[in-house]
Write a protein that binds this ligand. Structure first.
Ligand code: NDP
Length: 286
């Protein structure tokens, strides 16, 4: 960046994380910037929890248009921001910060990315969605499905308290009909399930990792989605497809959350296929 005047410096966005492994976001976002000739750069920043406050101040001082936050900063970043968007406020977690009127606003695009991907095959309004897991991804997905007026959301989680907390959040803040199943034995999928989502980390980096569900109880009319994007072909996706279910892999979610982030930062809706190809290349799938 030697002799450039400030007018020609690119707008900056980036990702604040610690020890993130195998995350294809940089390649995906940079591919969108390049394809649309946007004068932006996306930079990975290793930030420890102790340095988070200074890092946010620094991003402000350096004129960043925003940044992504991943673990362990999704919740702890909130006190350092000026305000929160609707879903980030409800779920209490931020994965995307956007500068609006010189303020850093915390948004959550994980759930929005999932919803967009799901809506390519089914509209969740009025539907019964069963979510495996109650961690950050499950929370983001459940809140966004609640805002999209899903008919009923069943949370299935190994730790009963965490499952109960998420189902209470949906009932109290979104008035959604919920129930909560403690996952302490092989799960029979409820008969009226329209959508089954794996939002646990089971299957990450292991395409043969099995999920403790009774496959015989999975109907071919149920749409099955997995948040795992590496590998995208998980055990659940494979088994569900063999049973005749429509399936959605985790790549759709990651691409769509990236699209929403780019749109927030730049005002332009980027080309999804360019971003999907970049993710696939980054994960050595293409
Ligand atoms: P968390 O650690 O917050 O939650 C993990 C969840 O998985 C918990 O509900 C946990 O249950 C459950 N779990 C883990 N191992 C098991 C097991 N052996 N048996 C039963 N349940 C288990 O993680 P996140 O929610 O942040 O992330 C989950 C996954 O989502 C990650 O693999 C991540 O890569 C992926 N992800 C994908 C995105 C995408 O764009 N495709 C975006 C965001 C995340 P318990 O509460 O009992 O511990």
């Amino acid at each position: 960046m030697s002799k450039q005047t400030p007018d020609f410096l690119p707008s900056l966005v980036g990702s604040m994380s610690q020890g993130a492994k195998g995350n294809p976001t940089v390649e995906m976002i940079e591919a969108a910037f390049c394809h649309h000739s946007l004068h932006y750069r996306y930079i990975n920043m290793e930030v420890t929890p102790d340095n988070l406050a200074d890092a946010v101040k620094g991003a402000h001082a350096m004129g960043f248009k925003g940044f992504n936050c991943s673990l362990p900063h999704k919740v702890s970043v909130i006190p350092h921001l000026d305000a929160l968007g609707e879903s980030a406020d409800i779920m209490g977690a931020v994965n995307c910060v956007v500068k609006r009127k010189n303020q850093f606003i915390g948004e959550n695009t994980d759930g929005k990315g999932f919803l967009k991907s799901l809506q390519s095959v089914i509209e969740p309004e009025g539907k019964h969605v069963v979510i495996l897991g109650a961690g950050g991804a499950a929370r983001a997905i459940a809140v966004e499905l609640g805002l999209a007026r899903a008919g009923k959301i069943t949370i299935v989680n190994r730790s009963p308290q965490r499952g109960h907390d998420l189902s209470q959040l949906l009932t109290n803040k979104l008035s959604i009909s919920t129930d909560c199943i403690s996952w302490d034995k092989t799960l029979d999928i409820p008969k009226d399930t329209d959508v089954l989502v794996n939002a646990t980390s089971i299957g990450l980096y292991d395409g043969n990792a099995q999920i403790d569900i009774n496959l015989e109880s999975l109907k071919d009319t149920t749409v099955v989605a997995d948040v795992i994007f590496s590998p995208p072909e998980t055990w659940l996706i494979r088994k569900a497809r063999h049973r005749g279910c429509q399936t959605l892999d985790g790549l759709g979610m990651i691409v769509n959350q990236g699209i929403t982030s780019v749109e927030y930062w730049t005002g332009l809706r980027p080309d999804a296929s360019v971003m999907r190809i970049a993710v696939e290349k980054a994960l050595n799938l293409a």
